[in-house]
Design a binder for this molecule. Structure first.
Ligand SMILES: C[S@@+](CC[C@H](N)C(=O)[O-])C[C@H]1O[C@@H](n2cnc3c(N)ncnc32)[C@H](O)[C@@H]1O
Length: 337
């Protein structure tokens, strides 16, 4: 039980929280955030440079200053400390596409009550940012996965115990940041990224930035229909299960287990749900994101994920903990006998 006594202003802050989020989205969508990452500027300078309305730019800058996102020196605004590398679209630490992807989803999230009523996702033609959708939604989605995984992947190979001479399958690997980073960090590791054809251009784009690209290939396919290749020593399934219902997850894990050689390891990275003692709100909120955006996706508990692994004949299912301190992403592993 929480000791917190809710006040009207607490509720108000929660209810209008999307105003601050939309102000941030607009700063990135208009190019203002990227321009400020290059250096301080006034509303007049930004409006002229980006062909925007000066009065409206001034209002946005004032709001971003009020929310501590910007610092001001007279009429000149600068990003608050730490933000420039995160908002420079060309920085390796950029989060711009993650923000654009979140902005793409606002319209669908505004229809959540209808999804709760019907139990169905928002109509597919209304959804803007799914992987099957051509146009900016798709590039924001895949580059958002890239932005997020660039922060998570470094240093992980040692934790997974990857070794030279092994062949790893990155199932649903998208832009391939995990496979490429693992191969950068482990000399002699070979990796295959398996994903839908639409993600290959984003893998190719990312591969140009990795010294190990020659040891990482891309296998186009649909895990519901196609063979995964193999045998592999390690299969890495990162943030893919939540997009599917339990039956499709079991099918995917069965295929992954079959593609492992004896003694091989299957790793799952997921937003693991704990409906009773949740330590982070993200997995539960992410489940709603899947309700809105997928036919049957959801966040799974540790027990449910271990059941997928054990039903596929894997043993020693182990909950290894958070990918990084404070991250809602968790690691689970199991071994093929
Ligand atoms: C949320 S993204 C995760 C990407 C990456 N593994 C990561 O952790 O950053 C889910 C990935 O699954 C892929 N995917 C979805 N359905 C698929 C299918 N039927 N066959 C193969 N890949 C699929 C998507 O294209 C996308 O790259």
């Amino acid at each position: 039980m929480s000791d917190k006594q809710w006040q009207p202003e607490d509720l108000s802050r929660l209810a209008h929280g999307y105003w601050s989020a939309c102000a941030l989205h607009a700063a990135v969508q208009t190019g203002i955030a990227g321009a400020l990452a290059a250096g301080p500027a006034s509303a007049a300078q930004l409006a002229a440079k980006l062909n925007l309305n000066e009065r409206a730019v001034g209002m946005l800058l004032t709001a971003l200053h009020a929310t501590k996102f910007l610092e001001a020196d007279g009429e000149v605004y600068a990003l608050a400390p730490g933000l420039a590398p995160l908002l420079d679209p060309d920085s390796p630490h950029s989060q711009s596409n993650m923000i654009l992807h979140m902005a793409d989803m606002v319209a669908d999230w505004s229809k959540l009550a209808g999804c709760i009523e019907s139990g169905q996702p928002v109509e597919e033609e209304e959804r803007g940012a799914q992987e099957g959708t051509p146009g900016p939604g798709r590039s924001h989605f895949y580059r958002a996965m890239r932005d997020i995984s660039r922060g998570q992947a470094p240093g992980l190979a040692a934790r997974l115990g990857l070794a030279g001479g092994q062949h790893l399958l990155d199932l649903g690997g998208g832009p391939g940041v995990y496979a490429l980073t693992f191969a950068d960090e482990v000399v002699g590791l070979k990796a295959t990224v398996f994903d839908l054809p639409g993600s290959e251009p984003f893998f190719r784009e990312e591969a140009t930035k990795h010294a190990s690209a020659g040891r990482v290939d891309f296998l186009q396919g649909n895990y519901k229909k196609h063979d995964l290749g193999g045998p592999y020593d390690v299969v890495w399934i990162s943030q893919v299960l939540h997009g599917e219902g339990p039956e499709e997850c079991q099918l995917m894990v069965d295929k992954a287990a079959a593609a492992l050689g004896p003694g091989g390891t299957l790793w799952v990275q997921e937003f693991v749900l704990d409906p009773v003692n949740s330590t982070h709100p993200w997995p539960a909120l992410f489940a709603l994101n899947m309700l809105i955006n997928t036919e049957a996706g959801q966040s799974y508990t540790e027990k449910e994920i271990c059941e997928f692994l054990q039903n596929a004949g894997l043993e020693q299912c182990e909950f290894v903990g958070s990918t990084k301190e404070g991250s809602p992403a968790r690691l689970i592993k199991a071994v093929k006998p």
